[in-house]
Design a protein around this ligand. Structure first.
Ligand code: TH1
Length: 818
């Protein structure tokens, strides 16, 4: 695509200010004098919605009346972040908002800060879904995001006095939330339980036992300068049996509201496990709940007013992308609808279904591929279990025509054999859809060669790759206005915001010292801003004249926060013992951000260790000014938007072959940070594009990792071999970071020395030795910034607009509305 210049505002400053006054009066019931920033936030949001409303209508109308196939992105998570500034940017009203708010006597920043972030996702997977719907709308492609409006998003993280993670409920709707429109008139009934009966004509009928009401909550998804507004439809669970009056009259209030509570539980909370599914019944209820509601909704939208529509055209109206295995129950659901409710034959239904669904796999960890006990599915969704079994039987018969390898066929069963059969959702997704994609080149290769090897052998055509991306609107323009202005100055246009490959035009400017200095000044100003923010929000004292070295992501063993913390302890010991003279030490501020799944023991212990290393290091006069460590709690989209533009060095140090893609890596590179990283996930592609000389590579490759596993990995060997590593681990055991208590981290240390699944110890020495390259370059600010600028110039590929273009050509075979 070719870029589009920023949209012309549909509104003047005076009109915006009038709009705010009107909303304050009629929606908020306050005068401008009485209004708080929170009132002005709600009023401003309503004004933006007002101006987007016609485009929203028109987009829906054009989608229904036109012949362009729509995309339904089915995802259990949408980590959308704050809405107001994003909507203002995409609608072209940023300046009008700022000026209008100021004219009313408010500070725009205070108004924006009044918005509470909807944290309806765990991490990368949910944020990717949010970037994708932004790009779909910006490209003008008709699309729905379909998900769940959790009442409680990912928990709010706090640290107790010992530095341990404490989870607090994230009640993000505590204040008025002007973006989600609750549409009671378009609710759907979602059924559960009961039994299956055979009708006299031999057809099947599911007689469910209980049902919940799925109420859509609609969010506008305005495209950047596209004039299009798509819909994010998040379902909220309500009860049909509002209140049992008879019970209530017997003054048994608790029992009277029981059915209501049970129904509403379904959308109450986001499961906080990232990449490690919990086989809980409620989770399956959530999955079926939003997927069933969405499929019925799509039929309602695309065949308005039709009682028995011709659903053989369904795959021409919409295709559903399954965001990981979480919505895969949609495959048997569509089969059930087509066969039991609309009377299609199995073969016709299967043809429609397989043409409707596609599946994105986001992981390689075998334990992350969801598997449900058939028994559980049978209790909750008896008809679906029958259909899944029939899909399995047909699939096995088909396999028999393709191969004689019985063992292979057995490995590919969708429903396993034995006393306690399991349903493998990833396999169901491959069988029941047209395409399967991984999220970075390396990941897609490993999916084909390892995780889904048998499937790629027999169904090679289904497999493809779409490398992840991030939206430049939120993660460059909104997060980093200074860099955005410099890019526009350098390129002489702002079209890069909708054609990010234009950043390539900055490459020649890396030879221009004056431009590089301006680029360095942007980073420095961002660091000062972040230091102020960290002071205000967390009470931290960051020195912006040190290197800001950041590692932010979920806490997971495979991501190897342990590697970072051990190297940091070794560095601390070096300075303290005088092995490194104070003059030789490059001053660094290390910043961590990470949530751990509440039940993930070693991850939580790692958080505790990081906090206590920070406590000890920051209070030690021997290293003052040389090394400091901060761990702002509750890492979220808002913190990311502040921290990423201020980072000099980003850490992407997962064990090779374990991080499917990563998307933080892209955000940092696009904001002019250098990366220290392994050959894993999208790091490989980032390095290819920015140039090996502009990326700090270290560590084992996938092949080396495999080889070491085969030879038999013994972490203790590495502990004995590297005295710095030994010293660092010994300091963790000897109570240095636990007020003398030697037991505090014993399980963590034991794991490092005896298991170390992700080979942290094996990569330690390489990780430490790359640090001298990093520091040598940082001592040459002009050269460092030149390379950082080349990272920006060559990362345009990692726009989620490009990812969506790839989905359009490789998988969805549709395009913008005409
Ligand atoms: C993440 C992957 O770990 C990450 O590498 C990738 O960039 C991101 O998805 C987007 O593609 C995953 N998040 C989850 C979350 C759950 C289950 C599996 C994955 S994989 C709940």
């Amino acid at each position: 695509m070719t870029g589009i210049t920023a949209p012309k505002s549909p509104v003047t400053t005076a009109e915006f200010a009038d709009g705010i006054r009107e909303q304050l009066k009629y929606a908020q019931g306050v005068t401008p004098e009485q209004a708080t920033p929170a009132d002005v936030y709600v009023a401003s949001s309503l004004v933006v919605r007002h101006y987007l409303q016609d485009a929203w209508f028109k987009t829906q109308q054009d989608m229904i009346n036109g012949s362009t196939k729509a995309v339904g992105y089915l995802s259990a998570e949408f980590l959308i972040g704050k809405q107001l500034r994003n909507a203002l940017l995409n609608a072209g009203m940023l300046d009008q908002f700022d000026e209008a708010v100021e004219s009313l006597g408010f500070k725009p920043q205070d108004v924006v800060d009044a918005e509470y972030e909807p944290a309806l996702g765990n991490g990368g997977l949910g944020r990717l879904a949010a970037c994708f719907i932004d790009s779909l709308a910006s490209l003008g492609v008709p699309a729905f995001g379909y998900g769940i409006q959790y009442k409680y998003g990912i928990f709010k993280q706090e640290f107790d006095k010992d530095g341990k993670q404490v989870e607090k409920p994230e009640y993000w709707q505590a204040n008025e939330e002007p973006w989600g429109h609750v549409d009671y008139n378009r609710s759907q009934r979602v059924n559960f339980g009961g039994k299956v009966v055979t009708r006299p004509d031999g057809s099947k009928e599911w007689q469910p036992e209980w049902s919940v009401r799925a109420v859509p909550v609609d969010y506008m998804v305005p495209g950047y300068a596209s004039g299009r507004v798509n819909t994010l439809r998040l379902w909220s669970a309500r009860s049909y049996d509002e209140f049992d009056l008879a019970t209530f009259n017997k003054s048994d209030y608790l029992n009277a509201v029981k059915p209501q509570v049970a129904a509403e539980n379904i959308s109450k909370i986001l499961y906080p496990e990232d990449s490690t599914p919990q086989g809980k019944a409620l989770r399956l209820e959530q999955q079926y709940f939003f997927v069933a509601a969405s499929i019925h909704d799509a039929i309602r939208v695309f065949y308005p007013g039709q009682d028995k529509p011709d659903l053989t055209t369904f795959p021409d109206k919409i295709c559903f992308q399954l965001n990981d295995t979480h919505p895969v129950i949609g495959i048997p659901e569509l089969m059930r609808v087509l066969i039991d409710e609309y009377g299609y034959t199995w073969d016709v239904a299967w043809d429609i279904t397989t043409r409707t669904f596609n599946y994105t796999c986001h992981t390689l960890l075998p334990e992350a591929l969801e598997v449900w006990p058939a028994e559980l599915i049978g209790e909750l969704l008896p008809r679906h279990l029958e259909i899944i079994k029939a899909i399995n039987t047909n699939f096995l018969a088909e396999l028999a025509t393709k191969t004689r390898d019985k063992a292979k066929i057995n490995r590919m069963r969708i429903v396993t054999e034995g006393d306690n059969p399991q349903v493998r959702m990833a396999f169901l997704a491959v069988a029941g859809g047209s395409h399967v994609n991984g999220v970075a080149e390396l990941h897609s290769e490993l999916l084909k060669d390892v995780t889904l090897r048998d499937f790629s052998d027999l169904y090679g055509d289904k497999f493809t790759n779409v490398t992840n991306g991030v939206t430049p609107r939120r993660f460059i323009r909104l997060a980093n206005p200074r860099l955005s202005a410099l890019i526009t100055e350098g390129l002489g246009t702002d079209k890069w915001l909708s054609d990010l490959e234009l950043l390539k035009g900055l490459e020649p400017l890396a030879k221009d010292d004056e431009f590089v200095k301006k680029f360095a000044a942007v980073k420095q100003a961002n660091k000062v801003d972040f230091a102020n923010y960290a002071k205000r929000e967390y009470g931290f004292e960051l020195d912006p004249n040190t290197m800001f070295n950041t590692m932010v992501k979920r806490l997971h063993e495979y991501k190897r926060q342990s590697l970072k913390i051990l190297a940091l302890i070794a560095r601390y010991a070096d300075i303290k013992s005088g092995r490194l003279s104070a003059d030789d030490v490059l001053p660094r501020t290390v910043i961590f951000g990470a949530k751990s799944a509440p039940g993930y023991y070693l991850a939580k212990m790692t958080i505790q260790l990081i906090n206590n290393v920070a406590r000890v290091v920051n209070n030690d006069p021997d290293v003052k000014g040389k090394l400091s460590v901060y761990f702002p709690w509750n890492y979220n989209v808002r913190l990311a938007q502040h921290l990423i533009p201020a980072t000099d060095l980003d850490e992407q140090i997962s064990q090779a072959g374990k991080e499917a893609s990563g998307t933080g890596n892209m955000k940092f590179a696009l904001n002019g940070a250098m990366t220290v990283g392994t050959l894993d996930g999208a790091n490989v592609e980032i390095r290819e594009r920015v140039g090996a000389e502009n990326f700090f590579l270290f560590g084992m490759t996938v092949d080396e990792v495999d080889k070491l596993y085969e030879e038999g990995y013994s972490p203790a060997k590495y502990y004995e071999a590297d005295p710095r590593l030994k010293a660092a681990i010994d300091m963790v055991s000897d109570g240095t970071f636990s007020n003398g208590d030697r037991n505090t981290y014993a399980p963590l240390v034991a794991d490092w020395l005896t298991k170390d699944w992700f080979m942290t110890l094996a990569d330690f020495t390489a990780y430490c030795s790359i640090q001298s390259d990093i520091e040598a370059l940082y001592r040459e600010p002009l050269e460092w910034n030149r390379k950082a600028l080349l990272n920006v110039a060559n990362s345009g590929y990692f726009s989620s607009d490009r990812s969506i273009e790839d989905y359009l050509t490789r998988i969805w075979h549709t395009g913008p509305l005409v």
